[in-house]
Design a protein. Structure first.
Length: 257
């Protein structure tokens, strides 16, 4: 049972995968939910599960690429429940994309799908949380790929790294106002969307296990949460190694060993 109780939780990207599973694991315990994503039917199905577990839930279909829509979701959450205690910015996607085959537009699209979707919520959430009693937590589902340039995921790695940097700055600036920030860095997770995308996935974990790690991060609020342990250790080691050595290891990993 999660220790998060009696809180208003906003999850952006809750219609499937990790975000939907985090909502399920936090449901009950007096928590109130606002969940959003683009696919209305999938979102409504997750909302029904949350309500069946005893929580109130507002499901608001919206595209996080639209800053006005994102601000509207935050405003609707505040109108309904009075505050947002925990926001999990979870929208994103990282398709197989090698730098020798991409166009400029592909890179820009991946940047928008992973960076803009976070920024469009980050700005209105900071404005809301810094003004409410007790502040609040803004967490972002990043990736271990946001800690280093991963082959076949370059634009995704770059976009996630950009969000991490932004959150690092915001954590320092907003601490006096009680607004806390957590970057969550999963390794490979077996969600429906990434199944069959052809990428090798060392140390892949289940969606349920990944969500448990996310819930723990929301409870403990570290600056950075990296999992699973073997994949996080591999990334730490690769970052410490001289570039020719880490490059050779990454090349072999990308080729499926
Ligand atoms: N699976 C992995 O191996 C893995 C590893 C590391 C990090 N991550 C990160 O974990 C997060 C969740 O991924 P997942 O694997 O659980 O995949 P997923 O099932 O596709 O989840 C992504 C969620 O974000 C929503 N979303 C995407 N773009 C959106 C937009 N423009 N506006 C609103 N909602 C949007 C999707 O819903 P709609 O399509 O209905 O909008 C969905 O609910 C992502 O940020 C991903 O980068 C995943």
């Amino acid at each position: 049972m999660a220790r998060i109780t009696g809180r208003t939780v906003l999850i952006v990207g809750a219609s499937s995968g990790i975000g939907a599973e985090v909502a399920r694991q936090l449901a009950g315990g007096g928590n109130r939910f606002v969940i959003t994503a683009r696919r209305a039917a999938e979102l409504a199905a997750v909302a029904a599960e949350i309500r069946a577990a005893g929580s109130v839930c507002l499901d608001l279909p919206a595209d996080a690429l639209d800053p006005t829509a994102a601000a509207g979701v935050v405003a609707a959450a505040v109108t309904e429940y009075g505050s947002v205690d925990i926001a999990l910015l979870n929208a994103g996607q990282g398709p197989d994309m090698s730098m020798d085959r991409v166009g400029v537009a592909d890179v820009s699209r991946i940047m928008a799908l992973n960076y803009d979707v976070a920024v469009n919520y980050l700005v209105p959430l900071i404005a809301q949380l810094r003004g409410q009693a007790g502040g609040g937590l803004i967490a972002h589902t990043n990736s271990l790929a946001g800690l280093m340039g991963v082959p076949r995921q370059g634009p995704y790695s770059a976009a996630k790294a950009a969000v991490r940097t932004l959150l690092d700055t915001a954590r320092v600036e907003l601490a006096p106002h009680g607004v806390r920030f957590t970057s969550i860095h999963p390794g490979f997770v077996a969600t429906e969307r990434v199944g069959g995308d052809g990428l090798p996935k060392p140390f892949q974990i289940s969606q349920e296990r990944a969500a448990r790690h996310v819930v723990r991060a929301l409870e403990r609020e570290p600056a950075q949460a990296c999992f699973p342990r073997p994949a996080a250790a591999l990334v730490r080691t690769l970052r410490a190694l001289p570039a020719p050595v880490s490059d050779a290891v990454l090349r072999r990993l990308a080729a499926g060993l």
